[in-house]
Design a protein around this ligand. Structure first.
Ligand code: DGT
Ligand code: MG
Ligand code: MG
Length: 256
């Protein structure tokens, strides 16, 4: 077929193929979810329905991309780990990143009423996304450890903060009284003032959520995707420690 004289513009496109032999991680994060969570009356510090909606949206992404071996999420963010050798979209970063975040955002909106039947969606939620490459297994594990450590630090702070506010402090006072405190002081505050043992709080708040493909379950066929778009039965949803060795020993197949 004859080419038009405009064809040359194709060559302006930047090739953004991810380096081979690297783990590809795509992380999505809610844009301005501080405002979104207030506008939509999320429970503080953790809203179970909001977390479940995030998890449902992440399963949607994992159904779309069979090469995602693990997803990890907390608060308004989710990270998706593609297997090292993936050939999805010829490893093009922009295609991977944009399709993951597009699927995630539209799922979040699509499933909204299932998790918030009494709360109207007031405006379209927006998520950003980025691609990060990790050349070694340890780098990839450390990335996930970093996200889980962040989940713990934020959750401990938020649990103290909202307990103080619900107890009568203004948000400014609560912030001032927590300034400079370390984790054992925060644990002590929760125990002495609110009779709460931090370690007894639900794991999902303290550890976040890990989604894996169930062992022995074949990948979804095209037919499954068409007729069971909402079935999450092939995924294992965990709220456990991902920092220590135990998780990686139990799921040794993830790194092979
Ligand atoms: P960004 O990401 O720079 O556009 O700004 P934000 O506001 O999304 O900030 P980020 O991502 O650092 O923090 C997540 C916010 O989402 C944080 O303000 C708390 C809110 N959020 C997430 N999950 C929940 C929840 O379950 N309950 C409540 N009350 N807030 C939540
Ligand atoms: Mg955010
Ligand atoms: Mg965030």
């Amino acid at each position: 077929m004859a080419k038009s004289r405009f064809e040359y513009v194709k060559h302006f496109e930047i090739l953004d193929e991810c380096l081979r032999n690297c783990w590809i991680v795509v992380r999505v994060d809610g844009k301005n979810f501080h405002k979104f969570s207030v506008a939509h009356n999320f429970k503080k510090p953790n809203d179970d329905n909001a977390l479940d909606l995030m998890n449902e949206s992440a399963c949607g992404v994992m159904r779309l991309f069979h090469d995602i071996i693990l997803a990890y999420g907390a608060s308004d963010e989710y990270s998706f780990v593609f297997k090292k050798a993936t050939k999805t979209y010829n490893r093009r970063a922009s295609k991977l990143s944009s399709t993951v975040v597009s699927q995630f955002s539209s799922s979040y909106t699509f499933h909204w009423t299932k998790y918030f039947p009494n709360q109207k969606l007031l405006y379209p939620p927006v998520f950003d996304s980025r691609v990060v490459l990790y050349p070694s297994d340890m780098n990839m594990r450390d990335y996930l450890s970093w996200r889980q450590a962040d989940c713990h630090i934020n959750n401990l702070f938020n649990t103290c903060f909202w307990n103080l506010v619900h107890d009568g402090m203004t948000t400014k006072q609560a912030e001032a009284s927590l300034k400079g405190t370390n984790s054992s002081e925060k644990n002590e505050l929760l125990f002495s003032k609110f009779r709460t043992n931090y370690n007894d709080l639900p794991q999902v708040y303290r550890k976040g959520t890990i989604i894996l493909r169930k062992k022995g379950c074949a990948d979804y066929s095209k037919k499954d995707e068409l007729f069971q778009p909402n079935s999450n039965s092939r995924f294992e949803v965990l709220h456990e420690d991902i920092i220590g060795q135990d998780f990686w020993t139990e799921h040794a197949d993830l790194l092979t």
